[in-house]
Write a protein that binds this ligand. Structure first.
Ligand SMILES: [Fe+2]
Length: 312
């Protein structure tokens, strides 16, 4: 269950209204790397994690709930940055007031002008946050990555935290309000913290590479195809020479892929090289890991009716 606490996780302050920055900040309210995306991603992932990994279910729900708290912080900041727009719009019976503002008072005029850059504040939300990105595109469930395999999901989460972090870093360059900077720095820092939590959790799932259950075909897992020609320089580095970082195989650099593909009957005749792994090993590992993962997923599953909770 969710239980709302009226205080925020972080004490949000702003020095003055700033509808221009409120508009940019919507990116972290209803944008593709924003707080609602993060909250919903971890929330959705948690369900399939619960049976095999109850410890990670707990972590995902904690972090999802913290992200909802961050959504609340961003919403509250947007609201404070829009103070004024809201008041003007609520003066519905006497629109002379806002007209007068536009005609007469220079400071207010420029303020309303800034708000006009985000017309949704004026015409749709009445001076509050909208669940859109900074360009007014509505939030969508397609932002969510949840694939039902925790090693895949945690990698998506590490990427999501990296993206959220860099968006805060960019946003920090567009406000000089020290209070707003304080809040954004807090939110940015929590992305750094969450990144490490997901990374540590991934390390507790063994084996976690390759993601999922089925092993890589050793004929192809260490091939590097040199797929671009021109200027005479083919770059080499640890991504195509030496040992591969996860499987520990030796990278096989295929300098001329067109020639190689025809010489191997479209790779069908290619044999494993630069690896200890055989096709027989792969099949044996597939079978063993399938059984382990299946047992984990159905561990303690009751026969007949099932219930989620035990109330103590
Ligand atoms: Fe986060």
């Amino acid at each position: 269950m969710f239980h709302h606490v009226k205080e925020l996780q972080f004490n949000v302050r702003v020095s003055r209204p700033d509808p221009r920055f409120a508009g940019l900040l919507l990116e972290q309210f209803g944008g593709g790397n924003g707080e609602l995306k993060a909250a919903m991603q971890y929330f959705v992932q948690a369900f399939s994690a619960r049976r095999p990994y109850p410890d990670k279910y707990d972590m995902l729900m904690d972090i999802a709930t913290e992200e909802f708290s961050h959504l609340e912080i961003v919403g509250a900041t947007v609201q404070l940055l829009l103070e004024g727009v809201n008041g003007e719009l609520k003066n519905a019976a006497d629109n002379a007031e806002i007209m007068e503002t536009l005609k007469g008072k220079a400071a207010k005029e420029s303020y309303i002008h800034e708000a006009m850059m985000h017309p949704e504040f004026l015409t749709r939300s009445g001076g509050g946050p909208t669940l859109t990105n900074c360009q007014g595109v509505p939030w969508t469930g397609s932002y969510i990555n949840a694939n039902g395999d925790l090693s895949v999901d945690l990698r998506s989460d590490i990427a999501a935290e990296s993206r959220a972090k860099i968006v805060y870093e960019y946003l920090l360059q567009f406000t000089d309000d020290p209070y707003v900077k304080e809040t954004l720095t807090f939110l940015m820092t929590r992305e750094v913290a969450h990144f490490q939590m997901f990374e540590a959790a991934l390390g507790t799932i063994q084996p976690n590479f390759p993601p999922g259950v089925l092993q890589a075909d050793p004929r192809y897992s260490n091939n590097y195809f040199n797929m671009s020609d021109g200027n005479g320089v083919d770059q080499r580095g640890p991504w195509n020479e030496g040992e591969s970082p996860e499987l520990g195989e030796t990278w096989q650099y295929i300098r001329d892929p067109v020639k190689h593909v025809s010489a191997t009957n479209g790779l069908l005749d290619q044999q494993p090289s630069g690896t200890q792994q055989t096709l027989e090993d792969m099949e044996a590992q597939n079978k063993a890991l399938s059984e382990t993962r299946s047992k984990e997923a159905s561990a303690g599953m009751p026969k007949g009716s099932a219930e989620w909770c035990t109330y103590k």
